[in-house]
Design a protein around this ligand. Structure first.
Ligand SMILES: *Cc1c(COP(=O)(O)O)cnc(C)c1O
Length: 381
């Protein structure tokens, strides 16, 4: 991630800065890794739906992973092909399902029988077939933050394996549903490969089981969730895609013609974005020093929502001395803290600060709480 302080000096803060060449490199690494394998990568728009970012990802030939009707429309606007769109979510409403069916998206990732029945009904009314995959809850603990674990039985996502046979049978019986395969997504910011290996084993078992029953899946969607390095982003600007794809190359036992779909969000865009902010005040109380930024949880909510830590750098300080600060935002919430006990060069009012690894779940989760402006954005090319 390049951080050209000279360019920043004339810009109003806070803003997101995106390094487009880094994004292109990341996309190229992914495309090189999947080359020659029956693998299709979908980009999860919820990580970052900035149109400039989407344009780069469309140009790299990726599909889209969507979680709302408006994301379906945004992906179409951005130029993603409907034949490479998958739409997941436990609460798809009728208009959202219609948006998918009207535009002939490849696949709905269905999370319950009631949802499947509604999709069938709407497709029948329109005289269309709806492609679906059944989202399986494989009960695998991804060992990540509990708010971003999605593949264990105590959360709302997917269909439990004990009832999967019934749900598959149901899908086969509905006249306007075309069952394409199974879908998994076990969580996000997964930093070891073991959960993905376990996922392959579960998928292999299920593929075998359904082959024996005479049911052949054209694809298996293994979701996303590959983690990135939030502590050393400048040293590790590209996620470990080689190791990640190797797990699936080695562990998944595919049948003839079967394709594997991936849904990567964070690992594609996280490192190409930084939130740039200025120090408004430095204040001290009897036990702590605070650096108060003009950026807050309304611009980047991950620290407040998931206790996430982003690396913070002071871009403008000329000081040699180091000091320990709590780096906080201006919002009227005690959780509006970017980092506690952060070591920074001695920091003063007016300094420029970059909060790194902010390209995913940053701008896309921004809000106008406290009637603040949404963050704007600039691109380095
Ligand atoms: C959010 C999401 C993804 C992307 O997850 P990342 O951790 O950003 O890779 C993929 N699939 C589904 C169904 C999702 O909800």
């Amino acid at each position: 991630m390049r951080l050209p302080i000279d360019m920043f000096k004339n810009l109003r803060t806070p803003f997101y800065c995106y390094d487009l060449p880094l994004l292109r490199n990341t996309l190229k690494v992914i495309n090189d890794e999947i080359d020659g394998f029956p693998f299709i990568v979908h980009y999860a728009l919820k990580a970052n739906a900035n149109p400039v970012i989407l344009n780069e990802i469309v140009k790299a030939g990726m599909g889209a992973d969507l979680v709302s009707g408006n994301e379906v429309l945004a992906a179409l606007d951005a130029g993603f092909s409907a034949s490479k769109m998958a739409y997941a979510g436990v609460g798809k409403t009728d208009w959202e399902i219609e948006a998918g069916i009207d535009n002939d998206i490849f696949c709905f990732n269905v999370e319950s029988v009631p949802e499947m029945e509604v999709i069938n009904e709407i497709a029948a009314r329109k005289g269309k077939m709806a492609g679906i995959a059944i989202r399986v809850n494989p009960n695998i603990d991804a060992h990540t933050h509990r708010y971003i674990t999605t593949g264990t039985t105590d959360n709302k996502f997917g269909v439990d394996i004990p009832v999967l046979d019934e749900v598959v049978e149901k899908a086969m019986s509905l006249s306007n549903i075309h069952l394409r395969g199974l879908h998994f997504h076990i969580g996000s910011q997964i930093t070891t490969l073991e959960p993905f290996r376990m996922l392959c084993e579960k998928a292999n078992e299920l593929i075998d089981h359904y082959e024996k029953l005479g049911i052949h899946f054209e694809m298996i969607d293994v979701g996303g969730g590959l983690g990135v390095d939030y502590e050393n982003p400048l040293e590790n600007p590209i996620a470990p895609f080689k190791e990640f794809f190797n797990v699936f190359k080695q562990c998944l036992k595919l049948r003839d013609g079967q394709k594997v779909h991936f849904e990567l969000g964070r690992s594609i865009v996280a490192q190409c974005g930084a939130l740039i902010s200025r120090v408004v005040y430095v204040k001290e109380n009897s036990i702590k020093k605070f650096v108060i930024l003009d950026a807050g949880m309304t611009d980047l909510i991950r620290p407040a929502l998931y206790s996430a830590h982003h690396k913070i750098v002071n871009l403008s300080s000329q000081e040699c001395g180091v000091e320990t600060y709590d780096v906080v935002g201006p919002i009227c919430e005690s959780s509006d803290v970017f980092s506690c006990d952060e070591k920074l060069p001695i920091t003063r009012r007016g300094d420029f600060v970059a909060i790194l690894t902010a390209g995913a779940y940053g701008e896309s989760m921004a809000s106008r709480y406290n009637m603040r402006y949404l963050p704007h954005c600039h691109f380095i090319d």
